[in-house]
Ligand binder design. Sequence first.
Ligand SMILES: [Zn+2]
Length: 120
Amino acid sequence: MKGLDWGAMYDEFHENTYDTFALEKQTHDLMEDDEIMKKAGIYRYVLSGDLRYLSFRTFDKKQKREAYERQKGICVHCQKHFELEEMEADHITPWKEGGTTVADNCQMLCRSCNRIKGAK
Ligand SMILES: [Zn+2]
């Protein structure tokens, strides 16, 4: 894969020993999965086991709509109703604490609540 720094990745992960065949198969299976958009992250995931390499940090439209519908348009923070366009997606388990960018970890906050949360 172009643009992939195998050297740096080797330095990062070389303390572990890997079953090359199993890794290859796992990588191949993940490549086949269209749900995973960030293909370059697959190698890092396979080597590190950290799911965050597989996903983007920001939620896409589909994930936002899913969370919005689950909440019925109610901001989880102030309990008021908003249009989807007036809301912003937020990680329930924060990204920096290992939260992944999946619909299950998405909650919709209105803009002002999201700003308050972000300021903390
Ligand atoms: Zn709110």
